[in-house]
Design a protein around this ligand. Sequence first.
Ligand SMILES: C[S@@+](CC[C@H](N)C(=O)[O-])C[C@H]1O[C@@H](n2cnc3c(N)ncnc32)[C@H](O)[C@@H]1O
Length: 219
Amino acid sequence: MSPKELLVDSAVAGQFTSDSKETKSRSRLGVIVTGVLGGSLVALYAVAAPFVTPALRKVCLPFVPATTAQVENVITVLRARSGTLVDIGSGDGRIVIAAAKRGFQAAGFELNPWLVWYSRYKAWREGVHRSTSFHISDLWKVSFAQYSNVVIFGVPQMMEQLELKLASELPSTAKVVACRFPFPTWVPEHTAGEGIDTVWVYDAKTFKSHQIHRHKCEH
Ligand SMILES: C[S@@+](CC[C@H](N)C(=O)[O-])C[C@H]1O[C@@H](n2cnc3c(N)ncnc32)[C@H](O)[C@@H]1O
């Protein structure tokens, strides 16, 4: 091989090596971009899914946080009460935390794990983590029998079914507060606030006897 041929040969080999390096680094970049994109999509799905899936359920109960006036109305109507309190579908924990600050041993049941973790963090930051507890649970699969004060910010489509559940589970000494949407057949003891901030207070003794009467009439 002549020196000229050798020179051309090594130039071609050099070109080939740099081409294959470039191809390798391009494919590495491709893997990184795909990984980052895929990871971001999975993370986005993990965060968004718990907020979107309630819309796909038979009864859609989305996360709509209580207004400040609504929280104040709940606390006002329960001012003479004490003991245990539960917020059914506790969202970001604002009602549970406000109740704990007024001396209640307060619990929240919530389907969305992000909201539960956020509520726990907020309760810890606001110094009420010892008097609060937050559970990742489906409200239809747990019993509220141990609570003497119950708060629900639901939707009209679920209230009739919830009436039956609470009437059969709660002690006669309990009070139930409905926010924004009242129960369809129970008669409230009193109400507070107006418009979207209205809350209705129900006495368990009344709605339990009403339930027994209804049951007797039906049979
Ligand atoms: C209207 S928001 C009320 C939030 C909170 N109670 C407040 O007043 O700020 C209803 C909450 O119920 C939750 N939820 C929906 N379906 C549920 C279920 N089956 N069990 C428990 N929580 C549920 C939603 O994720 C949402 O956070």
